[in-house]
Design a protein around this ligand. Structure first.
Ligand code: NAD
Length: 256
């Protein structure tokens, strides 16, 4: 059980982050939800998770595109035994038409935020004598697709940083790993369907079947519950010697 541990999950008011926070709460961890929105429903979501699973659940606003906000999130959390760097955005465009400000934003949210939160969290993990860093990378942290230059660059960067954090904590009771999901049907994926339809001149169904799941041999989307279960496993004693590596949850994508 993860009772007594506090998990901070960045970007967790929807999609994979929310799924991970719920599975961690089910496993007994206190959880901190995060996004940049700070709406009543964000706080209500945390309250609901806390009540349903008998843990302390809080929502803390922090914009993961801003380094100081990333560090403040960890400070405000108090404890941070489990850090899940999940916040991420996507933009689909050929590199020569890729808006520079969108490039910078993707690198900031998808990669730099994990640097800032990890830097702030490691001293807390060392003080507590236990820690888990789990970075939600992507199959695109290991392979590439056209029109996703910033995202693929950021995710490869996260995988590299994960290895460095693992080496720097190798002789401590702290591990750092990356989870590499294939396609999971979340708002992020839903939002890129229209642009992809335009890039490939395809219908929605064709995009799902012939573009998104074309490289996912299982021909099924992975689920947010499966991402949460993988994170819970990485927090278990069985995973204490798993560090500096990636776990693909991608229906066989990276085996192709
Ligand atoms: P999503 O859009 O459903 O969720 C993204 C989360 O990040 C939201 O909670 C959002 O509020 C938050 N967020 C966005 N910008 C933020 C900011 N500036 N500050 C704080 N929070 C911010 O997306 P998702 O599909 O659940 O993606 C979550 C992670 O999983 C991302 O890192 C994504 O790259 C990765 N991933 C997703 C898939 C997939 O198929 N959905 C596949 C591989 C990897």
């Amino acid at each position: 059980s993860l009772k007594g541990k506090t998990a901070v999950v960045t970007g967790s008011n929807s999609g994979i982050g929310l799924g991970i926070a719920i599975e961690l709460a089910k496993a007994g961890a206190d959880v901190v939800l995060n996004s940049f929105t700070d709406r009543d429903e964000d706080h209500a979501l945390a309250e609901k998770i806390g009540t349903e699973h008998g843990v302390t659940a809080r929502y803390i606003k922090a914009d993961m595109s801003v380094g100081d906000d990333c560090r403040a999130l960890i400070e405000q959390a108090g404890r941070c035994d489990i850090l899940v760097n999940n916040a991420g955005i996507q933009h689909v465009a050929p590199i020569d038409q890729f808006p520079p400000e969108t490039w910078d934003r993707i690198i900031a949210i998808n990669m730099n935020s994990a640097y800032h939160t990890t830097a702030a969290a490691l001293p807390k993990m060392r003080e507590a004598g236990w820690g888990r860093v789990v970075n939600i990378a992507s199959a695109h942290g290991l392979t590439a697709s056209p029109f996703k230059s910033a995202y693929v660059a950021a995710k490869h960067g996260v995988v590299g940083m994960t290895k460095v954090v693992a080496l720097e904590t190798a002789q401590e009771p702290i591990t750092a790993n990356a989870v590499c999901p294939g396609y999971v049907l979340t708002p992020l994926v839903e939002a890129q369907i229209p642009d992809t339809m335009k890039e490939y001149d395809m219908s929605r169904e064709e995009v799902i079947k012939n573009v998104m799941l074309v490289r996912q041999p299982s021909k099924e989307f992975a689920t947010v519950e499966q991402m949460g279960g993988t994170v819970v496993f990485l927090c278990s004693d069985a995973a204490a010697q798993i560090t500096g590596t990636t776990i693909s949850v991608d229906g066989g994508w990276t085996a192709l």
